[in-house]
Every structure is written in C-alpha cells, then in structure tokens.
Design a protein around this ligand. Structure first.
Ligand SMILES: [Zn+2]
Length: 237
C-alpha cells in the first residue's frame, strides 16, 4: 500500500439520469444527501470545477486535479494531476487509509466520462466515504461502498468482471445499430458503475448534463438492458 497509486481517469461511462433519479432507496438517499451537502447542483458543480482549476480558456484546464475534502466540503488536501490521472502519493494515501471513513475525493474528468476502476478502488480504503468525478460538461458521478463490496479484491473480482460483462453486451448489440459506437464509448464506464450498483457492490448517484445526457437518452433502453444483464451475472458470482 506504500507504493504510489494512480487514479486513472476515464474508461467508459453511465446509465440514464432518469433511472438514477427514479430510485429512492435508502442507499441512494445517503449519497443524495451528501451531494446536497457538497452542493453538486449544476451551479455548485461550476464552483467545484473552478476550485479544481477548470476555468474556461486557461491553459492546462484539460488536466485532472484532486481535492480531498470532508463530508461538508472542508478542504483537506489537494493534488494536481495529468491529462487522465492523479497520482496518489504516500501522504495522500495515509489520509485515505485512516479508519474514520470521512474523506470525500473530488476530481475532474476532462473527457466527461464516468468513474474508472482505479477511481472506485479508492472506496476500499478505510478513510474514504465517497469518490466524486465531475465532467467539464457538468456531469457528476458519485459512488460509495455497497454491502457486497469486496474490500480486498474489488478490481480483480468485481470491477473487471463487471467491465467484461458490459463490454461484451455492448459488442453484441453494436451490429444491430440500436446504439452507436460513439455512445457506447461515451457511456461505458457509467454502465459498468451502474451494473456494480445494481449488484449491491457500490452505491451510486449521478447527474448527466448537457450533450452527455442527450446521448444517453438516445440509447436508454438498450443501456438499461446491458446494465441489468451484467448485474444479473454479477449477483451470481
Ligand atoms: Zn477519475
């Protein structure tokens, strides 16, 4: 655990905004409350992006940056990153490994995609209560650990199978033309995270905004089938 870790930015992305908003389970409510506390509204997200160094025309706005904050938004640590990752150095890792589960990791995704496997892996650290990725288009993806999270082998035994199930289903559907390659690529990581949520492995709250939301809605029923199919397989593992 002493080795530097990477938060690899963005692989794939999500599931319909409407689906997330329609489900009012207790787990979702917890994240929704946290999202309210942190003000992840459309306006609030713009302020977070400003804090993350995303300021319109400025050079370097394509870089990722990470803030470690309390559940009420108090800043604890800040780390600059590269175009698609932020290095988790030993000092930051020490904070994440404290066993009080009070740290929220907030970072930006220049490509607007959902949470990656490396992002979600941070949830297995005892100090981390949630991780948030904010797309430069205002889309927000927020996750915390669920009842079936494998704290030791999450990436190998849960994320990798979820990603494989989702990608295999997307590949099967692509020839039918019911979903475009672009939409499939844009929403892949979101779909994986949705499948993990539906399998009880993580908790997930998200808001797709702008063109990303329209893109998702264009293939919403297909994406829903992909998520449910993948989640069904994950629940049997
Ligand atoms: Zn990320």
């Amino acid at each position: 655990m002493g080795q530097p870790k990477l938060l690899v930015a963005c692989l794939l992305v999500v599931m319909a905004t409407g689906v997330g908003q329609a489900r009012e389970g207790e787990q979702g409510t917890d994240l929704r409350r946290m999202a309210t506390q942190l003000d992840l509204s459309e306006r609030g997200v713009r302020l977070w992006l400003h804090q993350l160094g995303v300021n319109g025309d400025r050079d370097g706005e394509a870089a990722e940056r990470l803030l470690a904050v309390s559940m009420t938004g108090e800043r604890l640590l800040e780390r600059p990153g590269g175009s698609s990752s932020v290095r988790v150095d030993p000092e930051l890792d020490r904070l994440l490994l404290l066993s009080d589960r009070t740290v929220v990791l907030i970072h930006n995704h220049p490509a607007n995609v959902g949470l990656s496997g490396a992002d979600l892996r941070q949830l297995t650290k005892p100090g981390v209560v949630a991780i948030v990725a904010i797309g430069h288009d205002g889309s927000v993806y927020m996750a915390s650990g669920g009842p079936r999270l494998d704290w030791e082998f999450f990436e190998e035994r849960q994320y990798a199978p979820a990603k494989a199930e989702v990608l295999q289903r997307l590949r099967t559907i692509l020839p039918s033309g019911r979903v475009s390659v672009a939409a499939s690529d844009a929403h892949g990581s979101h779909l994986v995270t949705r499948a993990l949520e539906r399998a009880g492995i993580i908790r997930y709250w998200f808001e797709l905004r702008g063109a990303r939301r329209e893109s998702y809605e264009s293939a919403r029923s297909v994406f829903g089938q992909v998520v449910e199919g993948a989640a069904g397989r994950l629940r049997k593992k």
